[in-house]
Write a protein that binds this ligand. Sequence first.
Ligand code: 13P
Length: 254
Amino acid sequence: MRRRRPLFAANWKMHKSPQEARAYVTAFLPEAESLVASVDIVLLAPFIDLECVCDALSGSTIGFGAQDCFWEREGAFTGEVSASMLKKIGCSHCVVGHSERRRLFGDTDETVGRKVTALLAEDITPIVCVGESLDENRAGRTAERVQEQLRAGLGYLSDAERAVLVIAYEPVWAIGTGLADNPKSANNTIQTIRSAAGGLGEARILYGGSMTAENSAAFCAESDIDGGLVGSASLDPNKFVRLIASATQVFDAR
Ligand code: 13P
């Protein structure tokens, strides 16, 4: 089987002005350039930062992208940004279905699916988030819940389309809490995800939820975890570099 290339994505969420974003990239680049020989790195920034990030990253192979998009190309959709606009500014990736958007902004499996279709049409890689709540986890419904999200959101895609997706397994209870999942249990869930929909054997599947420089190697030592979607620990460029560097060593060994 083709070896999946590791990927680390920084989800800055609602942090950083354009000036701060530029300063981040300036500090991050010299350290990160040595890592991109073995892993892909993507910075997922607020919309207003994208132009600055694009400019600051120019000449580098580090990608950048947005944290959400709308599925129509253009029109009377106040406050929205389309996949086609993201393409024009140079985005390579875009997060869809993050649990914060599902919980606070009404995203559903159906709207996630529409966003995925719009992104694929623009040749932007969707990073599709799935994950169970604490109640679902305690009730032993983790596998069922993530399979449900995948079926409803991605069930209509072809195998070839599914193979280019990135899936992020983010247990909702592990996000921003400091309580990361156990790497073995995350790997089990990710294996379930991989086998759930036919074409996910080749897709990269990341773990997200309180990943840090201290635990990234333990997650990435697991057979099916291809990297991380990182919130808090990606906000400081040095911390994010350390997180990636420590995980990078274990990929070769597995
Ligand atoms: P934390 O790394 O802050 O737990 O956030 C994870 C996340 O939601 C990434 O999308």
